[in-house]
Structures are given as structure tokens and as C-alpha cells.
Design a protein around this ligand. Structure first.
Ligand code: ZN
Length: 250
């Protein structure tokens, strides 16, 4: 009986070890697969350079041409996880810091457009603060949000101002989204995007807090937006070098 117990314990230990080895091998195979993918940039189709974050055990791809950095799709979190991450945010009109940030954002581009009447905020979040600020200025504002305002009521109209704040870092295909936004833009209109820019340094990137949000999967610089705008028939009007870029028809 004692012998049987000893054999059973050993068998269980061996099974556990085998499972660890199996997981380790799978990880190596997965990495190898990614490196062999010849991953092209999702924006400009240039061959990217893989960047491994050993701490978070994630792989990113860096584009040497447009400077876009994107997370390997194997590490993209589920929609449920994405939603639960957003529910941690306190983004309402009562949050003074948040409102100030949006007022500064509006000030940055508002002089670029004469007498705007219609705005559209793409990715408006749980509390549509930006649209309320536009309405205070006398504009009408449509909103859309994948989770909080998912009816696509914006589709049958065009807009003088299109905003998208803290959205582009969540997108799997920013080129497709920008093309869609451009199709809704009036001839003299502007698109204003807010997303924190990376510094185009691998070392800085690996130490960057912004990357630690698991729902942030794509990272930009002003150069990325130059390339994106060019592909979409837009041009960069101005950027602040930190987080805001303003685009219009070329
Ligand atoms: Zn690129």
C-alpha cells in the first residue's frame, strides 16, 4: 500500500513537471511563430522589428518607417476584459482634471475651423463629457462608443469636427478607422485625435507606464500620423508633440 502511495505521488509530480515543460515549449513555439511571421506594419506595410517585453512576457512589433508600435495579436485581451478595464475610469463632468484636459484639447484645435456646427465624438466612453462641452458651445454632437453608445447613428451625416480621445491606442486597425472617420468629414472639417505619443526609443517604451494598460495595443508618434494621414488623403494641421494631433483634408 505504502509503495502504491509513493508511486502515485511520483507520478503526480512527473505529470506536473511535464505540464510545465509543455507550457514552456508552447511559449517558445508561439514566439518562434511570431518571429517567423515576417510581420508587416499594419499602417504602412513595412517589415517590422519584434520587441519582446520579458517582464510582461509580451511581444510588440515596431515599424522603422512610420514608428507605429503594435502588440502581437496573441496578447490582445478579450472584450469582457477590455470593458472591465474601462469601468475603473472616473471620466465625468464632476472630475475637474478630466474636464480641464478636454477644454485644453478643444482649445488646441478650435481656431482651425470657422463657425463649426456639427461634431462627432468617436469613442465617447461611459460619460460623454466632450459632447457636453461641445453642446455648451452651441454645437450638436453625435457620439459613438463600442460599449456605451453602440448604435451607429453617426453614419448618415457629415461633421465639421470629429474627435477621438484615448481611443486610437485601443484599435487593432487604426488605418481602417481613420478612413471611416475621413468619410464623415466635411470639406473644411478637422479630425482631432488624442493618444499619448511614444518617444521612439525601445528602452523608454519598455519602461513606459502607458503600455501597462492591457487594453492599450497600438502606439503612435507624430510621424505615424503623418504616414496615416498621407495614406488616407489627409494632412497633419498641427500636433503638440505629446498627445494631440489635428488632421484635415489634403
Ligand atoms: Zn509603418
Amino acid at each position: 500500500m505504502e509503495k502504491y502511495i509513493r508511486v502515485s505521488i511520483i507520478a503526480r509530480l512527473v505529470y506536473k513537471k511535464l505540464n510545465i515543460v509543455k507550457k514552456y515549449l508552447l511559449k517558445i513555439i508561439l514566439r518562434q511563430k511570431n518571429y517567423e511571421k515576417n510581420m508587416k506594419c499594419k499602417i504602412c506595410d513595412t517589415q517590422t522589428v519584434p520587441l519582446e517585453d520579458k517582464q510582461l512576457q509580451k511581444i510588440y512589433f515596431l515599424c522603422p518607417c512610420c514608428e507605429y508600435i503594435f502588440l502581437d495579436e496573441n496578447y490582445v485581451v478579450s472584450q469582457d476584459r477590455e470593458l472591465s478595464q474601462y469601468q475603473n475610469h472616473n471620466n465625468s463632468l464632476e472630475n475637474i482634471g478630466y474636464v480641464n484636459m478636454f477644454e485644453n484639447f478643444i482649445d488646441f484645435f478650435y481656431s482651425e475651423i470657422e463657425n463649426p456646427k456639427k461634431a462627432f465624438d468617436f469613442g465617447s466612453g461611459p460619460k460623454p463629457v466632450l459632447s457636453q462641452l461641445f453642446e455648451r458651445k452651441g454645437l450638436t454632437c453625435s457620439i459613438y462608443d463600442k460599449f456605451y453608445a453602440c448604435e451607429k447613428t453617426y453614419q448618415n451625416s457629415t461633421y465639421d469636427i470629429i474627435t477621438s480621445t484615448e481611443v486610437f491606442e485601443h484599435l487593432g486597425n487604426p488605418l481602417e478607422t481613420l478612413r471611416m472617420l475621413k468619410s464623415l468629414l466635411n470639406p473644411q472639417g478637422i479630425i482631432a485625435i488624442m493618444t499619448l505619443f511614444h518617444k521612439n526609443s525601445q528602452e523608454d517604451f519598455l519602461n513606459w507606464w502607458y503600455r501597462r494598460d492591457p487594453t492599450h495595443i497600438g502606439f503612435f508618434t507624430p510621424q505615424t500620423f503623418e504616414v496615416l494621414a498621407n495614406i488616407c488623403g489627409l494632412e497633419v494641421v498641427r500636433h503638440d508633440g505629446k498627445r494631440v494631433v489635428v488632421l484635415r483634408h489634403r
